[in-house]
Design a protein around this ligand. Structure first.
Ligand SMILES: [Zn+2]
Length: 295
C-alpha cells in the first residue's frame, strides 16, 4: 500500500519534470524565433528545387515585358577555410577565378548595372546598355569586400551586396562578416547595398509568423537606413526561400523587387518579386562561366 503510493508520487513527479522540460523547450524556441537569435549560425541549405527555372508569363512575353540580364550570384570570393564542407567550397570562388570572370566580361563588352536599374527599366526610366550584367553577393562576407570589391573597381564595374543587417562585424563559425565600415566604403565606390533580412531566417519555415516576417524585413530597411543612410526597396531572399505570405509581408514592408535563386537570365518586368539569377560555382572553369552567360 505504502510503496504503491510512493510509486504513484514518483510517476507524477517524473511527468511534472517532463512537462517542465517541454515547456522550457517551447519557450526557448519561441524566444529565439522572436528575438531572431536562431539563425545567426545558419547553414546554407539550398535544395535542387530552389534553383528550378521559373516559367515566364505569356502575357509578359506578348507585351514585350521581358529582358535578358545575367544577374550573377556570388557568396564568398577568396580562399577556402581549412576542413570546409562541399557546400562552402561551392559557394567560394577563388580570387583569381573571380578576376578572370570579371576580365572576360570587360573584354567582351559587358557593362555592370544595379538591381535598381532593372526596376527602373521596368518603369521606363532607365536605358539598358547593350550587354548588361549584375554582380550580386549574398550575406556580406568580409572576403568579398577585401577581394572582390577592388577587382570590380579595377575593371570599372560595381556590384550589389545583400547584407544581413544584424551580422556586420561578427564571426559565425567559418563565416567572417564585413564591418559596417567595409560596407560603407564599398557604397562610397558606387556599389549597391540591398537587404538580405536582419538574420537570414528561412522564409519557408512555418515557425515564422506573418508578423515576424514583416518586423524582420522592415527592420532590415531601418537598419540599412540608420547605418548607411539609404532606403532600399530591394530584397535578396535568404536560401531563395519565400511563400505567398512572405511576399505579401515583403511588399507591405516596402519592397518592390525580390531576388531569388531560381536559375535563369530572362527577367519578367511584371514579376519583379521573383527575379532569377545565374549561380557562379566555386569550381567553375572560365569556359563554363562563359557558357552560362552566352548560351
Ligand atoms: Zn544568404
Amino acid at each position: 500500500m505504502h510503496s504503491s503510493k510512493k510509486s504513484v508520487i514518483n510517476a507524477i513527479l517524473i511527468l511534472l519534470i517532463l512537462a517542465g522540460v517541454a515547456a522550457a523547450y517551447f519557450y526557448y524556441q519561441k524566444f529565439t524565433a522572436k528575438s531572431g537569435k536562431d539563425d545567426l549560425n545558419y547553414k546554407q541549405t539550398f535544395k535542387p528545387e530552389d534553383f528550378r527555372p521559373l516559367p515566364l508569363s505569356p502575357q509578359s512575353i506578348k507585351n514585350g515585358r521581358t529582358l535578358t540580364v545575367p544577374i550573377l550570384m556570388y557568396h564568398h570570393v577568396g580562399d577556402l577555410p581549412k576542413n570546409c564542407d562541399s557546400t562552402r567550397a561551392d559557394l567560394t570562388v577563388p580570387t583569381t577565378n573571380f578576376e578572370a570572370e570579371v576580365k572576360w566580361l570587360k573584354d567582351n563588352g559587358y557593362t555592370s548595372i544595379s538591381l535598381e536599374n532593372i526596376y527602373l527599366t521596368g518603369q521606363g526610366k532607365f536605358g539598358l546598355p547593350k550587354k548588361p550584367v549584375v554582380f550580386t553577393f549574398d550575406d556580406g562576407y568580409k572576403d568579398v569586400f577585401i577581394n572582390a570589391v577592388p577587382i570590380l573597381k579595377k575593371y570599372g564595374f560595381t556590384g550589389s551586396f545583400g547584407i544581413i543587417t544584424k551580422n556586420p562585424g561578427t564571426t559565425q563559425g567559418t563565416n567572417v562578416y564585413a564591418s559596417w565600415n567595409d560596407i560603407k566604403n564599398a557604397q562610397n565606390l558606387g556599389n549597391e547595398i540591398v537587404s538580405h533580412t536582419q538574420n537570414h531566417f528561412d522564409g519557408k519555415d512555418p515557425k515564422f509568423s506573418a508578423g515576424y516576417i514583416f518586423k524582420n524585413l522592415f527592420g532590415s530597411v531601418t537598419d540599412l537606413n540608420s547605418r548607411l543612410g539609404i532606403t532600399t526597396n530591394i530584397l535578396i531572399y535568404p536560401y531563395g526561400h519565400y511563400t505567398v505570405t512572405y511576399l505579401e509581408q515583403a511588399k507591405k514592408a516596402g519592397f518592390v523587387m525580390g531576388i531569388t535563386v531560381h536559375e535563369g537570365k530572362l527577367l519578367d518586368l511584371d514579376n519583379l518579386m521573383e527575379i532569377p539569377r545565374v549561380r557562379v560555382h566555386g569550381a567553375e572553369t572560365l569556359d563554363e562561366f562563359e557558357k552560362t552567360i552566352t548560351e
